[in-house]
Structure formats: structure tokens, C-alpha cells
Design a binder for this molecule. Structure first.
Ligand code: ADP
Ligand code: MG
Length: 579
């Protein structure tokens, strides 16, 4: 806990000035609040006995002083409310940037086991809780303690018996506030869970709206939705019950303190135990020790939420990216593209069973190599080792004779281009999406890349050309068009090594031909790994590798492998190729 708190405090460091000034104005505001009733008491108990003219003069000056103090109190409260929140928001922004930056560094092995929604909530709701704590926590505690202790000390000096009577209610208020605050927060947590259910249901149903409609299941979807909707409503009703109890209960208790002080004070008045001005002063102080009780209880709760959020935040930050640069990593700027798998075995982190078993494979720079085999044998896995999306479990993977683990990761990845079956395009224009391949590319370079990828023509057929907004995930483009954009992106990147992972599998025959042409021109003079589901598309490969559960079963050219009459031949003629 000490370590974690240290990390929490570290976020205050850049905003030391804001923090200390916030604390300063918090103390000053609280002090002024405590002083105001004392001046009123002075007027009612002393000044009224002065000679009329003197009294008027003193009351005038004291009135001016009171107005000045009210202004100071206002200034302090405004400062801590505005700059305090700004400080919290700045720290929240720093944390958000830290966690997003860390997300960017984490590896595939991490993302394989995470839900995006989960990661999102760490950035949004958790950080909000933390920032509230960071800002309000110290300030609220400080103000509340000063007000409660200050009121107690001042009132004890005025009238000990009445003070004890008034403060007798405090434990009752604390107990009430703690209990209902807890109930209320639990109910809010249930609310959040229910609304999260609803949101994921909406997301799922709308993302799959085409399926919903094709099965004519709109009514069922609504029925399912209304169940979640009803649960949320019930949860909300529950939380309002506790919220109502908490708010009105505490208001009633505060009034009860006033009534208690009035009754006890009234009795003491008759016995001479207290005088009228002191009783008035007591009444003026009641809010100064009842309000802070609520605040303190709330702070404790806030600390719990914020701290749990911070722990979750640290949990993510403490995950070290398992693939990163060695201290003495080698620069690889002019890669040739000679690739060698030396006795490579691999298994995924969550599964001890090996996907790749002692693979030995040499591909010379510029070679066009195809990888075939039934689905699930590890073709994609094998290719994902090249850009180090995962590290080999055993053996070595060399490029130009250097182990990929010894290279600068950025250099390695800048030298490998990947075209996959699923194309991911970012929100934005076509121009921006192609430029993703090389951020400093000029417009001319982007256009050239698009021309090379056979994309220029269809891009120009849109009214806005390269400025066409493709919408979230590129829904306004056909599969073949999206694929050609992703190829243009790689053209622009211009890497010596390529991986085509079933790049045409999702396309119809017509688009497949166009995309195939783009891929072939991209592959020219580059080391290329092609994973193809239609074996007709790889007949020209210089080397074809047949991968099975046992490893590399056959390798050779199309003709050689057909002549062998082995697995490749049966795959080629059986239609197994369609998988
Ligand atoms: P292919 O591309 O030949 O169809 P893959 O390389 O995708 O095969 O998968 C090989 C095996 O590894 C499969 O059994 C698959 O379930 C498993 N696998 C693939 N990706 C992961 C992953 N991220 N985590 C764990 N297992 C995986
Ligand atoms: Mg695959």
C-alpha cells in the first residue's frame, strides 16, 4: 500500500503549486467561515451595550469587515472549486495518457486475453473516480477536520455544557451517514452493472442488426432488451430509495440538532446557564460541524472507490510488455529479407500444446513462398513470428542472419508488411488511411501507392476522391476496395518482407482477380509469404510449403508437389482448398 500511495502522490508532483495553493485556500476559507459567527457574537453581546452613536459606528465597521470576510470566503471557495477541479482533471489527463501509452506498448499476448470494453472502462470510469479522490480527498478532509475541531474548541470556550449537548448528536449522524452512504453506493454500483448490461446488449444487437433482420427477430431482441431495461429501472428505484433516505435523513438530523440546542439552550437560559447571544452563536455554528460529518463520510467512500480504481490502473501499468527492445538492440535499416527459421517451436502462453514443432525453413531475399495446409495448423502463427508479434518458444528466427529478438523492434516492424483477410481501416479519409503506411508521405506518394494497388480509379470515382470519409471501419467500401486500400498502405510503407494472410479469402471471384493483381505487383522483388486458401492463386510460387499438425510435410514447386502425389496433390484436387 505504501508503494502504491507513493505512486499516487507522484501524480501531484507537476502540480505542486496548485495543490499547495488549494490547501492554503481551503484552510483560509474554513478559518473565515469559523470567524464570521464570532463577530456576530461580538455584536450581539458587546456592541449593543455601547452608547448608541458608538454602537452604530462600530456596527458599521464590523458590517464592512463581515462583507469583506464573506468576499474572502467566496474567493477561497471559488479557488478550490475551480483550480482544485482543474488540478484533478490535469492529473487525470496525465494518468489517461500514461495508460493509453502503455496499452500501445502491450503485446498481442496481452490483447488475446482482454475485452476492449474492459480496457475502456479503466480509462474512463476508473480514472474519473481517481481524479475525484485526488482533488477532493485532501481538501475535504482538511476542511472538515478544521471545521469540526475548530467549532468544538470555540464552542467549548463559550459554553461547555451546551457544546456537549450539541455534539452528542454527532455519533448518531455519523452512524446514519455511514450506513446509508454504504447502501446508496452499493445501489449505485448495481446501477452501473445494469447499465453496462444494457450497453453491451445495444452494441451487440446493433452491430448484428443485419442478422437480426435476416432472422426477423426484431421482437425477440426488444423482449430481451426490455428485460435488461426493467432490471436497470428496478436497480435505479432501489438507489433512489437509499438516496432519499440519506438526504432527507441527514437534513432531519441536522434540524434535530438545532431543535436539541434550542430546547437545551432554552432551559439553560432560564437557569442562567447560557445567555441569548451565546445561544445565537451556537445556532450559527451548527452547520459548521454537521456538514463536515457528511463530507468526511463521503470522503472515506471516495477514497475506497478512487483507491480501488487506482489499484486497477496500476495493475495495467505494471504489466511489462514482454516484447521490447534489448538494451543493445541492433539497427536494421537496410534489410535484405533473407529469412531463416532454425528449429523453431512455438506455443501460445495460455496453452502448453505446441502449435509449431521444430520448423526449419529458409527463404531467400525476394523469394515468393506459399504456405498451405488445413486450417488451424499454424500458418498464421508461423507468419506472426516474423514481425515478433510473438516470440519463438524454442529455436531461432533469423533475418539477414540476425536473430529478430536482437533487432530494434521498430526497425523490424518497419520492414515487414502485412495484408490480412480482415482489413482494419480507421475513421477518417481515404488519404489518411493510406498515409497510415508512412506518416510523412506526400499526397503524390499516396496517389502513386493507390495507383500501384489498383485503387486510384475507384477512389477517383467517389465525388470527394481521396478526401472521401470512409466512416467507422470503412463500412462504405466493398471488401475488395478495402483490401486494395490496405495494399496501398503497404506499398507506401515499401517493406522488403511481405505477409499475405488469406488476403483474398473473403472476396468474390471478380474482386479476387483485381486484388490478386495488386498483390502480385506489390510482391515484386520482395520476400513474400503467401497463405492462400485457393491453391490456384499460388501456382507461380517459387516454393510451396505444406504445413500439417506434424510440421512441414512437403515442399517444392507446384509441379514438383503434384508429381509427388502426396498431401498437396490431394489438397489441390479435393476442394479441401476451399477451407
Ligand atoms: P491457421 O492460420 O493455420 O489456420 P492459426 O495459426 O491461426 O492456424 O492457429 C493455430 C493454432 O493456434 C490453432 O489451434 C488456434 O486455435 C491456436 N491459436 C491461434 N491464435 C491463438 C491465440 N492468440 N492464442 C491461443 N491460441 C491461438
Ligand atoms: Mg490463419
Amino acid at each position: 500500500m505504501k508503494d502504491k500511495l507513493k505512486k499516487l502522490f507522484a501524480y501531484y508532483k507537476p502540480y505542486r503549486f496548485l495543490f499547495y495553493s488549494d490547501m492554503f485556500f481551503a484552510v483560509m476559507g474554513a478559518a473565515v467561515t469559523l470567524v464570521i459567527p464570532l463577530i456576530v457574537r461580538y455584536i450581539t453581546s458587546e456592541v449593543v451595550y455601547y452608547e448608541a452613536a458608538d454602537a452604530r459606528r462600530v456596527i458599521f465597521y464590523l458590517g464592512v469587515l463581515l462583507i469583506f470576510l464573506v468576499l474572502v470566503e467566496f474567493g477561497c471557495n471559488y479557488y478550490i472549486s475551480y483550480f482544485g477541479h482543474v488540478m484533478g482533471a490535469k492529473m487525470e489527463a496525465d494518468m489517461r495518457s500514461d495508460i493509453f501509452g502503455h496499452y500501445q506498448k502491450l503485446t498481442f499476448a496481452f490483447y488475446d486475453n482482454q475485452k476492449v470494453g474492459h480496457l475502456l472502462s479503466r480509462i474512463t470510469s476508473d480514472l474519473f473516480d481517481i481524479s475525484e479522490l485526488l482533488h477532493h480527498g485532501p481538501e475535504d478532509v482538511l476542511i472538515s477536520v478544521i471545521k469540526i475541531v475548530g467549532s468544538f474548541v470555540i464552542l467549548m470556550n463559550i459554553n461547555a455544557k451546551l457544546t456537549v449537548t450539541a455534539f452528542a448528536f454527532v455519533p448518531l449522524m455519523v452512524a446514519f451517514a455511514v450506513y446509508y452512504n454504504m447502501k446508496m453506493k452499493q445501489a449505485f454500483a448495481r446501477n452501473r452493472a445494469r447499465i453496462a448490461d444494457i450497453n453491451s446488449q445495444i452494441e451487440d444487437s446493433l452491430a448484428g442488426i443485419r442478422v437480426v433482420k435476416s432472422f426477423a427477430n426484431e421482437k425477440e431482441e426488444l423482449k430481451k432488451f426490455n428485460k435488461g431495461n426493467h432490471n436497470f429501472l428496478e436497480a435505479k428505484k432501489d438507489s433512489y430509495k437509499y438516496m432519499g433516505m440519506y438526504n432527507s435523513g441527514l437534513t432531519a438530523l441536522t434540524t434535530l440538532v438545532t431543535v436539541g440546542v434550542l430546547i437545551a439552550g432554552g432551559i439553560f437560559l432560564t437557569t442562567g446557564g447560557v445567555n441569548a447571544p451565546d445561544l445565537i452563536t451556537f445556532l450559527l455554528y451548527i452547520n459548521n460541524f454537521t456538514e463536515p460529518v457528511k463530507k468526511l463520510v463521503n470522503s472515506a467512500e471516495q477514497f475506497q472507490n478512487g483507491y480501488t480504481g487506482f489499484e486497477r490502473f496500476l495493475e495495467i501499468l505494471s504489466i511489462a510488455p514482454d516484447i521490447s527492445d534489448k538494451p543493445d538492440a541492433v539497427s536494421m535499416e537496410n534489410m535484405q529479407g533473407d529469412i531463416e527459421f532454425k528449429n523453431v517451436s512455438f506455443h501460445y502462453e495460455d496453452n502448453e500444446e505446441k502449435v509449431l514443432n521444430h520448423i526449419n525453413l529458409k527463404v531467400r531475399a525476394g523469394e515468393y513462398m506459399a504456405l498451405v495446409g488445413p486450417s488451424g495448423v499454424g500458418k498464421t502463427t508461423l507468419c506472426s513470428l516474423i514481425p515478433r508479434f510473438y516470440d519463438v518458444s524454442e529455436g531461432e528466427l533469423l533475418i539477414d542472419g540476425v536473430d529478430v529478438r536482437d533487432m530494434k523492434l521498430n526497425d523490424l516492424r518497419n520492414n515487414v508488411g502485412i495484408v490480412q483477410q480482415d482489413v482494419y481501416l480507421f475513421a477518417g479519409t481515404i488519404m489518411e488511411n493510406i498515409r497510415y503506411g508512412k506518416s510523412e508521405a506526400t499526397d503524390e506518394e499516396v496517389v502513386l501507392a493507390a495507383k500501384n494497388a489498383n485503387a486510384h480509379e475507384f477512389i477517383m470515382s467517389f465525388p470527394d476522391g481521396y478526401d472521401t470519409d470512409i466512416g467507422q471501419r470503412g463500412v462504405k467500401l466493398s471488401g475488395g476496395q478495402k483490401q486494395r486500400l490496405s495494399i496501398a498502405r503497404v506499398f507506401l510503407k515499401n517493406p522488403p518482407i511481405l505477409i499475405f494472410d488469406e488476403a483474398t479469402s473473403a472476396l468474390d471471384n471478380e474482386s479476387e482477380k483485381v486484388v490478386q493483381k495488386s498483390l502480385e505487383s506489390l510482391a515484386k522483388d520482395r520476400t513474400t509469404f503467401v497463405i492462400a486458401h485457393r491453391l490456384t492463386t499460388i501456382r507461380n510460387a517459387q516454393k510451396i510449403l505444406v504445413l500439417t499438425e506434424e510440421g512441414i510435410a512437403e515442399q517444392g514447386t507446384h509441379e514438383e508437389l503434384l508429381a509427388k502425389k502426396g498431401i498437396y496433390e490431394s489438397l489441390y484436387f479435393s476442394g479441401e482448398e476451399r477451407k
